[in-house]
Design a protein around this ligand. Structure first.
Ligand SMILES: [Ca+2]
Ligand SMILES: [Ca+2]
Length: 197
């Protein structure tokens, strides 16, 4: 019976904690554009570089991993000048992204086409677009799954600017965890009520 009580408490903990809260089974991945001390991409993040949809057709696509001269603390960062990077996540099955953030430092005028300097977070239940400033200072933009559902993709675009420290918080899919615990609880109840010989 002690074992059954533990399982019921564990199930309650999973339900109460919900997505987004800090928890022991959360994994944090950061794309810092460095691998083994060299410029490089993290294999968890799948980058797809295309033309920005907010520039006229035929505009060049240029991206590069390079140091940020004015911000050595960022090390290597991603320069888009101009381009769009659509990032999806290569995660094990049964995982979901409950939080995402991006550091960005823009320059150049965004007055003609503000949407060309933006980050889109695409979730299962909606999306969020954040327009970036052009102040030459780093800013952090973020979203949680409470706003748009589990996050599937991040789209970053600009005519001239750096992006770095793309961060995601990943947890086991809560519905799968609850199903698993429910299955365990049922088998445990079966063991408890089974008549002894
Ligand atoms: Ca970096
Ligand atoms: Ca890295």
């Amino acid at each position: 019976m002690l074992r059954l009580s533990f399982l019921v408490v564990a199930m309650g903990a999973v339900i109460v904690a919900g997505p987004g809260a800090a928890r022991a089974d959360m994994t944090i991945y950061v794309e810092d554009f460095e691998e083994n001390g060299q410029p490089g991409c993290d294999p968890t993040f799948n980058h797809q570089f295309t033309a920005s949809p907010y520039l006229k057709p035929g505009s060049p696509v240029y991206w590069e991993l390079r140091d940020v001269p004015s911000s050595p603390e960022y090390g290597t960062a991603l320069l888009l000048a101009p381009a769009q990077d659509a990032i999806s996540f290569l995660l094990p099955p049964g995982q979901e992204v409950v939080y995402a953030s991006v550091d960005a430092c823009m320059w150049g005028s965004s007055s003609l086409s503000p949407e060309n300097y933006s980050v889109d977070f695409i979730g299962c239940d909606g999306s969020l677009r954040i327009l970036l400033g052009s102040s030459l200072e780093w800013e952090t933009v973020e979203v949680s799954s409470a706003e748009i559902g589990p996050i599937n993709e991040i789209q970053m675009r600009c005519s001239e600017g750096f992006f770095d420290n793309i961060t995601i918080h990943v947890i086991p899919d809560p519905s799968l965890a609850i199903l698993l615990l429910a299955g365990l609880a049922i088998s445990c109840v079966g063991a408890v009520v089974r008549p002894r010989r």
